[in-house]
Design a protein around this ligand. Structure first.
Ligand SMILES: [Zn+2]
Length: 285
């Protein structure tokens, strides 16, 4: 991935005004016709306000309306920098770290992080070719029952296309009624599906050529048949969750899963994740 250095970042987004201008351009493009008076016109920045006005009728456009920046008193430059930190991190950014780097209160930092996590949105394009599917348990008490059925933990179900992107959802259980819709939503019919021998996967494979590895008998790889790719993602997810975020409430777990799934899916991206995240940030949430 091409580096987007902090020096480049600071040069490009030196002031709040530049950040606002960036959001305006991303959101509205080159506005040439006023949506209100319909004349060919120009929009100019209203002094000391975070909006732009049509120079013929005065109609105002508010580029921050309904975005994650809406009604925030934190300077836009700090927001951009926070997004920059998330975009360049491998293991996530804690609220404590944001607080320290931005000089905001912990509460503000926590809220910003929560909003920024909404930017980790992936396309819905279905997974295909060869897909590994698996589930894992995260959170809860550190020393408990291991494996499926562990108490106090949340279940994450995931599917990864080898060499491609990952889809992962926090689910309430691993019944066929839960797993089958996940498969249908994320995986193209006819895709070769690799799982372990867990019985639900046997029940839900209709329409997907299915191969299993028998983990309980100590088999982990049968040629092309393995789930090592998704297991690698689970370890990374758990390392980051415990290392950076410590305790994540089940209520917000999906957002954290989205964060790491997004990073994983874009691991081969040619430029910094800052740019796709910014493109998402100018959209209403
Ligand atoms: Zn106008």
């Amino acid at each position: 991935m091409e580096k987007f250095t902090i020096k480049q970042f600071n040069e490009q987004y030196a002031t709040d005004d530049v950040c606002l201008e960036t959001i305006f351009k991303h959101r509205y493009g080159q506005v040439s016709r006023c949506p209100s008076c319909h004349t060919r016109t120009k929009f100019h920045r209203v002094t000391d306000r975070k909006c732009y006005a049509c120079q013929s009728c005065g109609y105002q456009l508010h580029p921050l309306a309904d975005t994650i920046f809406h009604k925030s008193e934190t300077p836009l430059k700090s927001w951009f920098y926070a997004i920059y930190l998330f975009a360049n991190s491998k293991n996530g950014v804690s609220a404590k770290e944001l607080q320290r780097q931005l000089g905001v209160t912990y509460k503000t930092a926590w809220r910003m992080a929560k909003q920024i996590r909404l930017l980790f949105k992936q396309s819905n394009y279905p997974l295909s070719k060869t897909v590994e599917m698996d589930d894992t348990y995260v959170g809860g008490v550190a020393r408990g029952k291991r494996g499926r059925g562990a108490t106090g933990k949340s279940i994450v179900l995931g599917a990864v296309q080898r060499q491609g992107r990952i889809a992962a959802s926090v689910v309430g259980n691993l019944s066929a009624e839960t797993v089958r819709p996940f498969i249908e939503q994320h995986i193209k019919p006819g895709t070769a599906l690799m799982t372990d021998e867990f019985k639900t996967y046997r029940k839900t494979r209709k329409g997907y050529p299915h191969r299993t590895v028998n983990h309980s008998s100590g088999t982990y790889v049968r040629g092309m048949v393995h789930t090592n790719t998704i297991e690698g993602f689970w370890s990374q997810l758990k390392r980051s969750l415990s290392g950076t975020y410590h305790a994540v409430s089940p209520k917000y777990l999906q957002h954290y899963v989205n964060e790491f799934a997004y990073r994983y899916s874009k691991r081969h991206a040619l430029s910094s994740l800052f740019f796709p995240m910014l493109a998402q940030a100018v959209r209403p949430v």
